[in-house]
Design a protein around this ligand. Sequence first.
Ligand code: ZN
Length: 148
Amino acid sequence: MKCPICGSTGLKTTNSRSTKMGTQTWRRKECQKCHSSITTYEKADLSWLYIKNKSQSTSEKYNRSILTKSILLSFDDPELEAINIENVLDTIEQKIVSMHKTTLTKNELIKIVLNTLAPISANATIKYLANFGPNNNLRQINKLIKSI
Ligand SMILES: [Zn+2]
């Protein structure tokens, strides 16, 4: 990696630590030429992860942008301005990585999304469940509304 300030390739790592439940590495680097300090974050992409659709017994590659779109649909506009969607997705991916599985069922993924959305917005949680939850989920929605 080049120094974003002067373009030199002489970057030296001066500090690093594991963050976000061990799923990311934070590094402080110093440019040997212009002495600027730069911070980098390293995380694994989830290209190894497959989502299994039980009813059709097919699986597809996990796709962060598809998941992002489905979550964006669940928030009302004023709420969207208040949340950091990238942070929400990072939290979901941390939970996925900490499960140490290469395949998740769609229901497992939906459960992770719902658990992540619940403390952020009751409205978005209910909308996500209504849009993407398993069929016949009226009972689940009522249970969720009661628990909030
Ligand atoms: Zn530099």
